[in-house]
Ligand binder design. Structure first.
Ligand code: UDP
Length: 333
């Protein structure tokens, strides 16, 4: 018998089933719910009055990110790995598939889990969506563009990915995920959405996440050297978490099935990012240069014309404001 943790109570599936039968709320399953993005999505859907079924295997996520939600009767947590059969009792209106290691050091450490959650996990959740007649939104990534040869990257760019390089496990899993989602859409008329998420940051990122932004903030706060890979001239475009969540929320509620970029086109070099963080933390840290990892993308900037038109959405939080909020969070950890 599998047990689920719900509202700080332990329930078995049949109890959950009884409980949900009486509910009139829209019911949404969120996978990767204990992760950075997933937990913010849980917050948003709870705020909007949905019944949230949060699922995570906790290999990179943490219960700390969602423990404040356990008190709500419309929130339940299922400790489960979506690469094995996914069973959710009762009706489902929506599924958000956000489970996956997402930081380069995580997917290098867990290459097979990364491939499995993007492929087998996606397959299971598409099957569940079909069974429940639920709308499903899958989390794709700017990594489907690989090391892009065009900038900015619009949705019709097919990308430049090395399938057998170190990042291939993530990039190809997400490309497969997109293909599988479109196949279910066409073959089974499943109601699907695909969001291509560009670099996103904010509170609840992990200190040891390994990504540039939290790493630099931690290093700056401790007065340690800031480790830039390569010459720091590679670019990224960072989107604050509240803007990302708003974009995803809106995408779920429009009738559009092809991929949509969500990110902030404010592009900077990694060197500039490091200097900004040193300035905003009043840090004494020095910048040091380390070897650039293989296949590290040289540039990344979303073309968000489609999202702006389709969703009447545009990012609102500028870099300085977002960085200051994130720095505050890391100071208080
Ligand atoms: N990076 C860096 N120092 C670090 C971590 C990352 O210079 O301590 C670089 C990394 O090589 C890449 C950029 O920062 O060029 C963004 O890396 P991140 O891991 O944040 O995510 P990515 O956008 O590559 O998926």
């Amino acid at each position: 018998m599998k047990y689920y943790l719900s509202s700080s109570k332990i329930l078995n599936p049949f109890q959950i089933h009884d409980q949900v039968q009486s509910s009139v709320r829209k019911r949404i399953l969120i996978t990767g719910a204990a992760g950075f993005l997933g937990s913010h999505l849980c917050d948003r859907f709870i705020e909007e009055g949905y019944h949230v079924i949060a699922m995570d295997n906790l290999i990179t996520g943490s219960l700390h990110n969602i423990e404040h939600l356990l008190k709500f009767e419309n929130f339940e947590f299922h400790h489960h790995d979506v690469t094995t059969f996914v069973h959710v009792p009762g009706e489902l209106d929506y599924i958000l598939h956000f489970a996956s290691p997402a930081s380069p050091i995580d997917y290098l450490r867990m290459p097979i889990q990364t491939l499995k959650v993007g492929s087998l996990g996606t397959h299971n959740l598409l099957g569940l969506a079909k069974d429940k007649k639920a709308r499903i939104l899958v989390a794709s990534t700017s990594e489907v563009y690989g090391d892009p040869l065009v900038s900015p990257q619009s949705e019709d760019y097919w990308g430049n990915v090395n399938p057998v390089g170190p990042r291939g496990v993530y990039d190809e899993a997400k490309r497969f995920q997109e293909a599988m989602t479109m196949a279910y859409h066409h073959a089974h008329e499943l109601d699907t959405r695909i969001v291509r998420i560009f670099n996103t940051y904010g509170h609840r990122m992990r200190r040891e996440d390994g990504r540039a932004l939290p790493t630099f903030v931690e290093q700056a706060l401790r007065g340690e050297d800031i480790t830039i890979y390569g010459d720091g001239m590679q670019t990224r475009s960072f989107c604050y978490i509240s803007d990302q969540v708003e974009g995803i929320f809106r995408l779920l509620h429009v009738d559009y099935h092809l991929p949509v970029n969500i990110g902030n086109p404010d592009e900077i070099t990694i060197l500039e990012l490091a200097k900004d963080i040193i300035r905003l933390t009043n840090s004494t840290s020095k910048i040091v240069f380390r070897e650039l990892p293989m296949d590290d993308p040289k540039q990344r900037r979303p073309d968000i014309t489609l999202a702006q038109t389709l969703l009447s959405w545009t990012p609102k939080v500028n870099r300085e404001e977002g960085l200051l909020k994130t720095i505050e969070y890391f100071k208080n950890l």
